[in-house]
Every structure is written in structure tokens, then in C-alpha cells.
Design a protein around this ligand. Structure first.
Ligand SMILES: C[S@@+](CC[C@H](N)C(=O)[O-])C[C@H]1O[C@@H](n2cnc3c(N)ncnc32)[C@H](O)[C@@H]1O
Length: 303
């Protein structure tokens, strides 16, 4: 476990990650989403010779730096989007790697630390950018998008059936005052969604899907995921593996289809090792509720 102030991050499905990546054989591993460094540490402890950790969030890299300090120059942390993996490796003259990991989505640091705007548990500025140095915030998107664009994004990225109502409510609300805090956004969404039958408690907070949608939209989380997976797979040495962990179905679908296409394309680049995604065991979910929706897929580079 990595402790960050009062935030602790337990990496998800670590045993399965190690089992597939087999770092005990040594070699260069790329952790494409190093986050707080939990998985990277496990790779190093298990025998990886060198880990290159990428993250687009500078706060995460600062924490990973602390966590991974004991491994000195066996670790290199890079502020980069994983979609730039080819440039990162080329600039270090690394042609082939011995394994790659992508643990997609938001870290507990981003979600739980105050001031990032990812969560409706706290009222704070509606930011949601993983990389705070660039791009529009969620508040910017809500302010400048058309009702149609808002509805489409909330439907597509949040799989929210009340997307049109929510978009209409957002457009009406922003005429009165900017929708620039998590609290105001959550309140507008909750009001816009019809209550289910009397006495029927909702399973999740009605704002959850809209928050997910905006986060994915702000960070363009699905764009180029397929190209990244192919680029990572092409850099693996023969027999080396790529492991991907996702936390929602939109992302898992892209990973599943991309790995399948790489397996069955003209080139047959990889063999998929997980016909069905692996999910965490009950014990892990009990210990770490964040693991609940995780799905792990792995592929091995063919020779
Ligand atoms: C679930 S966390 C990873 C946690 C990490 N495995 C650990 O053990 O601490 C996901 C991380 O991916 C990063 N991330 C998300 N999209 C990214 C992208 N396109 N490029 C680089 N990093 C990204 C986030 O900033 C976040 O820190």
C-alpha cells in the first residue's frame, strides 16, 4: 500500500499483473499509467530491472517519485501521455520492451484529493483535468458546449438514459449562473433525473454517470486508446506481454476489440491470453472496494 497524506492507494489485481508480466525474469517494463507507483513498485520488488513510468498527472508523478525512490535509477518517471509511448521510447533509444502495463482511469489521488473536481462528495471547482497544465476544464466544456453536444457526451460516455433532460437542465441553469462547481453540477443533475418509483432507493447517486461522462470527455480518455495499444504491442519483444486494466465497459470494449484485431489481423501481432477478462477475487473487492469494477486483459507478443 502506498500512503499519501490521508490517501492510501492499493494497486488493483497486483497478483494477476505480476503473474502475466513475469518481471522475475528481469528486463525493461513500461508502466504507462504509473499513478502513485503501486504496480511499479511491485514490478521492481519482483525483479524488473528497469521501469519507465508515464503519467499525464504531475501530482501523481511526485508521489510515485517518493514511492519508488528506493530503486534509484532503475526507475525513470516521465510526464507524458501514454499515447506518446513511441516518442518516449525512441528518445531513450529503447527498441524492445519486456512488458507493458496500463491501469486505466482515475487514481485514488485524483479522486480523493481535494481540489481536483472529480468527485461530487465535496463541493469544489469543476476541473476534472488529469493534466492541469493543458486543456479545458469540465466547467469550460459545460459553459461552451451546445445542448446537443452535452446530451451526446452524457449519453455516450455516461451511458445515461436521461442525457437530454440533463443537458436541457444544464443549459437552463448556466443562463442563471456558471455551472463551475461539483456541488452545483451534482444538484442540477439530481434535480433533472426523475425519481424512480416511490420507496425504490437508487443504487448509485444519480450524478455518477454524468460525472463519469464529463471526466471521460475532458480527458479524451477513449480517443486513441486503440492506437496506443497497438503501439505498445509493437514495442514488445517476442514473448513479452501487455496487461490492461479497465474500470468501465466503454473502455473494456475498446481493449477487447483492439486486442482481438491485433490477434486476428493480417499480421497476427499478439496472442490474447484472456479470452474472458479476469476480475478481482471477492477477498480483494472486500479489502479494496475500488477494485470492484476492474477487468484485466492480457496479450503476448508473437515472435
Ligand atoms: C488507476 S491510476 C493508476 C494507478 C497505478 N497503477 C498505481 O499502482 O498507483 C491511472 C493513472 O493513469 C493516468 N492516466 C490516465 N490517462 C492517461 C494518459 N492518457 N496518459 C498517461 N497517464 C494517464 C492518471 O493520471 C492516473 O494517475
Amino acid at each position: 500500500m502506498t500512503a499519501v497524506g490521508n490517501i492510501s492507494h492499493v494497486p488493483v489485481m497486483t497478483a494477476e499483473v505480476l503473474q502475466h508480466l513475469r518481471p522475475e525474469r528481469g528486463g525493461v517494463f513500461v508502466d504507462c499509467t504509473v499513478g502513485l507507483g503501486g504496480h511499479a513498485r511491485a514490478l521492481l520488488e519482483a525483479g524488473a530491472t528497469r521501469v519507465i513510468g508515464l503519467d499525464r498527472d504531475r501530482d501523481a508523478l511526485a508521489h510515485a517519485r517518493d514511492t519508488l525512490a528506493p530503486w534509484g535509477d532503475r526507475v525513470e518517471l516521465v510526464h507524458a501521455d501514454y499515447r506518446a509511448i513511441v516518442d518516449v521510447l525512441d528518445s531513450r533509444r529503447i527498441a524492445g520492451i519486456d512488458g507493458a502495463l496500463a491501469d486505466l482511469g482515475v487514481s485514488s489521488l485524483q479522486f480523493d484529493a481535494p481540489g481536483r473536481g472529480f468527485s461530487f462528495q465535496r463541493d469544489e471547482p469543476l476541473d476534472m483535468r488529469m493534466d492541469r497544465a493543458t486543456g479545458e476544464t469540465a466547467a469550460d466544456l459545460v459553459a461552451r458546449s451546445t445542448e446537443r453536444e452535452l446530451a451526446d457526451a452524457i449519453f455516450q460516455y455516461g451511458e445515461e438514459r436521461f442525457s437530454r433532460r440533463i443537458a436541457r437542465a444544464l443549459v437552463a441553469a448556466r443562463r442563471e449562473a456558471p455551472v463551475d462547481t461539483t456541488g452545483r453540477l451534482a444538484a442540477i443533475v439530481r434535480r433533472a433525473i426523475p425519481r424512480r418509483g416511490p420507496m425504490r432507493p437508487m443504487r448509485i447517486d444519480p450524478a455518477t454517470r454524468t460525472f463519469q461522462a464529463l471526466r471521460i470527455w475532458v480527458n479524451r480518455e477513449l480517443e486513441g486508446l486503440d492506437r496506443f495499444l497497438e503501439a505498445a504491442a509493437r514495442r514488445l519483444r517476442a514473448g513479452a506481454r501487455l496487461v490492461v486494466i479497465t474500470f468501465h465497459s466503454l473502455e473494456d470494449r475498446i481493449v477487447k476489440h483492439t486486442l482481438r484485431a491485433l490477434e486476428h489481423g493480417d499480421e497476427a501481432l499478439v496472442k490474447v491470453l484472456t479470452k474472458k477478462p479476469l476480475v478481482p477475487g471477492e477477498d480483494e473487492v472486500q479489502r479494496n472496494p475500488r477494485a470492484r469494477s476492474a477487468k484485466l486483459r492480457a496479450a503476448e507478443r508473437l515472435g
